[in-house]
Design a protein around this ligand. Structure first.
Ligand code: ZN
Length: 406
């Protein structure tokens, strides 16, 4: 039942954090404090960078419209507040435009590249300029500065958004090449789907016969394929591949076999946290977009709430790290869903019951494709004020780079 799932996602982590409960599996005892009191320049030792570490949450396809519906649903049906709204109210709110170099409506490759490198490129291009020039990304900057880096997603780790931080390729569909670049990228934690692109048959579908899982192990990665193995994984570099390609929608996820986005985020933080120089973690709610392409409000909301659960976890973690800034945004809107009136009436609050089932005349989608609508930017922590106002996604990069002193 979607309601139960959303209820768990919206409030459970918040409650655990508020009561100081140790969240299972990670050695993170969260503080109780609910108000954040960050100084403007909480510089880490030896640098003038405002923040030592950053967690960048990217809700793929999460424009202001699906965010509005999710917030309304949480408020009216659950008497709860989205964690991302709490984050915004503790920090800063902005908006972001997303057009690419060649299109009014971006795809994840161009948008991810803009965020990761600060350069506008064409749709479909990952980590490169339209002329094929290789662009340096934030992970490469972070690694140069001695920081740990990681990426967590519910799509394939080779998909355009995560790939923008780990690869450089002219065509986003070259998943096997992207997987090859990932294992050589020096990224410390990589968790998501996409096993088929890392291994030849029978485990995967690589056509060149190379087993990248073996290569990753040679490079020092611990490699895991199940939720239980993820939970047991120790420190060091970690590669977790929990689905052949994309991971299941949240409503279809087998909790025993496949970890939640929050569980993956928790493990990533547990590992990255060990680096005294700080870290950069990118967490993608990758399937909000896929649900929106299919005009499925149930799956879009459920995956958004699973994404929000991970944000709640990060906010609880932030209570004990005053050098950490959390930024929540999207790469683009998808589908432009809206709760609206008809010529007969505006919907009563009770209409949310029908809307969550996707059967309401009051729910409309603009399309089954991305739109050019602005996306939200929520931030809290040192330097968060810099993210206010209306910014293009290339400017988000500039601000993130400034935040970490690059
Ligand atoms: Zn899409």
């Amino acid at each position: 039942m979607i309601r139960d799932l959303l209820k768990r996602a919206a409030v459970s982590v918040t409650r655990e954090a508020a009561s100081g409960v140790r969240v299972a599996g990670a050695a993170l005892l969260f503080a109780i404090a609910l108000s954040l009191a960050f100084c403007g320049i909480c510089a880490s030792a030896g640098t003038l960078a405002p923040a030592r570490s950053v967690i960048l949450f990217i809700g793929d396809g999460m424009g202001v419209q699906i965010t509005s519906i999710a917030g309304l649903y949480a408020e009216k049906e659950l008497d709860a507040e989205l964690n991302m709204i709490r984050l915004a109210n503790q920090g800063t709110t902005g908006l972001m435009t997303t057009h690419s170099a060649d299109k009014l409506v971006t795809d994840s490759a161009a948008s991810g590249t803009a965020i990761a490198t600060g350069v506008m490129t064409n749709n479909g291009v990952v980590g490169m300029a339209p002329d094929g020039r290789v662009l340096r990304n934030l992970f490469e900057d972070a690694i140069r500065e001695g920081k740990a880096v990681g990426v967590v997603t519910t799509t394939s780790v080779t998909d355009a958004t995560p790939a923008s931080f780990m690869a450089h390729i002219l065509y986003r569909g070259e998943h096997e090449d992207i997987a090859g670049q990932i294992v050589e990228s020096g990224v410390n934690v990589v968790l998501g789907g996409g096993r088929m692109f890392f291994q030849p048959p029978p485990q995967g579908e690589r056509r060149d016969g190379n087993d990248l899982v073996e290569i990753a192990r040679e490079r020092g990665y611990q490699v895991v394929f199940t939720a239980a193995r993820l939970k047991a994984a120790g420190g060091g570099s970690l590669l977790g591949l929990f689905a052949g390609e994309v991971m299941p929608f949240e409503l279809e996820r087998d909790e025993v076999v496949i970890p939640s986005l929050a569980e993956m985020t928790m493990k990533a933080l547990d590992i990255l946290d060990d680096d005294p120089d700080g870290f950069m973690l990118v967490v993608e709610g990758g399937r909000i977009d896929h649900a929106a392409h299919g005009n499925s409000i149930e799956d879009a909301l459920a995956d958004l709430f699973a994404f929000d659960e991970a944000i709640g976890l990060a906010m609880a973690y932030q209570q004990r790290d005053s050098t950490l800034t959390i930024v929540v945004t999207a790469d683009h809107d998808c589908g432009g869903p809206a709760i609206t009136g008809t010529s007969h009436a505006y919907p009563h609050h009770g209409a949310l019951d029908e809307i969550e089932e996707g059967e309401s005349e009051f729910l409309r989608w603009v399309s089954g494709h991305h739109t050019a609508t602005m996306v939200p930017v929520f931030a809290a922590g040192p330097g968060a004020d810099r993210f206010k106002g209306v910014q293009h996604n290339t400017e988000l990069h500039t601000r993130l780079a400034w935040l970490l002193g690059f």
